[in-house]
Design a binder for this molecule. Structure first.
Ligand SMILES: [Zn+2]
Length: 173
């Protein structure tokens, strides 16, 4: 398969459409971690959850209890916008050759220290996720295209979802 720039740019366009704002990223985290209908840990009723704008939180329709989608994830204490985190994850999941911290620094407009920390956390979580189904036995690799630059957007979203979940799982233990 040859690299197709049109397909690649369409993929990033779709990514940017879905995760166009921090709010969209927070909504994504909420839906993968909890979702509408999630049973409230306080009043124990199945609830519709409403965005509580003053914080990165959602409120129970019955008792007003708050759920914070970023709590327990690497994003929790980070001042870096969620959208930049998601974009960094996107770069990692679509790059054939890995993403150096220097590249993240340049693309995200963050300090090298921040970029290095983000890259380190993302790599660790990718190892965690990718290690879920390790290759074994004799593995044959197709020389033409193993990378994920043309990976369908759904796969990218699924990876981001899995990364989000694994981020939560790692920190919740
Ligand atoms: Zn409640």
């Amino acid at each position: 398969m040859k690299k197709n720039e049109a397909t690649a740019s369409l993929t990033i366009r779709e990514f940017l459409q879905q995760f166009s704002t921090d709010e969209a990223c927070l909504e994504h985290l909420f839906s993968v971690r909890f979702g509408q209908g999630h049973v409230c840990p306080k009043c124990e009723r199945k609830s519709n959850w409403f965005r509580f704008k003053a914080e990165r939180a959602y409120a129970c329709q019955w008792c007003g209890h708050h759920l914070h989608p970023t709590v327990g994830t690497p994003f929790e204490d980070s001042r870096t916008p969620l959208q930049l985190w998601f974009y960094a994850i996107y770069l990692f999941t679509t790059s054939r050759h890995g993403v150096p911290a220097k590249e993240l620094e340049r693309q995200l407009g963050v300090t090298y220290k921040t970029a290095w920390r983000m890259a380190d956390l993302i790599r660790k979580h990718m190892e965690f996720v990718d290690g879920e189904f390790p290759l074994f036995g004799e593995v044959e690799v197709d020389e033409t295209y193993v990378g994920v630059a043309l990976m369908e957007f759904a796969d990218v979203a699924r990876r981001i979802k899995r990364l989000s979940l694994s981020c939560c799982n790692v920190r919740d233990r």
